[in-house]
Design a protein around this ligand. Sequence first.
Ligand SMILES: [Zn+2]
Length: 341
Amino acid sequence: MAKNVPEWWISSNEAVKEYLYRVASKGKVSVAGHSAGGREILMYEYGEKEELPQKVSFSSAYAAKKPELYTRASERKKPVLFIYAAIHGAEIEGCAALMNLVNLLEKGYDLLGRENEALLSLAKQYRLVMVPLSQPDGRARFKLDALQGESLETFQFYAHGIWKDGRPCTYPGHKEIMPLPVSEMKQLGAYFNDNGVNCQHDDFFGDMQPEVRTLVDIVHAERPDCILSCHSCEAEPGMSCPAFSTTPAADMMTIQISNLTITHQTACNLRPYCNINIKKHNYFLLQDILYFASGALPLMYEFQHGCDNFPYTLQEIIDTGLILFEEIMRFGAKNKFMPRF
Ligand SMILES: [Zn+2]
């Protein structure tokens, strides 16, 4: 049974669509693509798009020792930050935080009615592109508005799912089969789209899932300077390890942003995970593909679900996200996330 969440917590397919189309006037809302199950993938843009015709591939520019020929970041007036959330459909905390950022951009205060001059003035220095619910099939199967205060059993049921014989479909064991045989599931976890695919580990060079295609097309067109992928876990919030595919300079940047975020969140008593993940991912996943499609610094953040094993309030979760966005923007406003190649 879904509990009531406050009106400042917007996280369902329906609520996000209603809210974005109602509130957007400074920014623009559009349908960027459709999921495997045919659901709309919505995008919100803020700040003018600077068109720069593409004259070289990223690989070719990199091989010429001039990745800037592809990114052309120095020719743009504003850096581009792309943020997407909920590629795992129950991991909606980043979406709820993003809706508060949108409200701040549109109205000058977040959904709790709070002004935030520091974040707003930083945001105005960027072109921001957001996909708040990037895998809406899983979101539709997740029947709650938040996992905050719920048990780990509820988390397991909705996030990862249950086989027909009653066994839980557990992480990371379910990575051994891709796609999952949907007909053999009693409850398909929100992790997966309607094809049973965990988009983090799509067959990227084969029959690409439409959610992945949508994200690749966006970053290919935008060539952002930084990409933030918002996930969630059943523990404390924190930045994930540096990506498999990036350079030591980019890895150092990830660690610095993580450190700045932890310092700020700790000063606000938000109880982040304080051991910085400095070791690189030893496998590749969606953010590596987005890096190769754009050259952007790929960041991956794990929000906290706030389940009853690690309790956090919904407001703490929102504030964790707003500080994360602020620190990423402050860092990039100084150096445009360079040098990272
Ligand atoms: Zn995730």
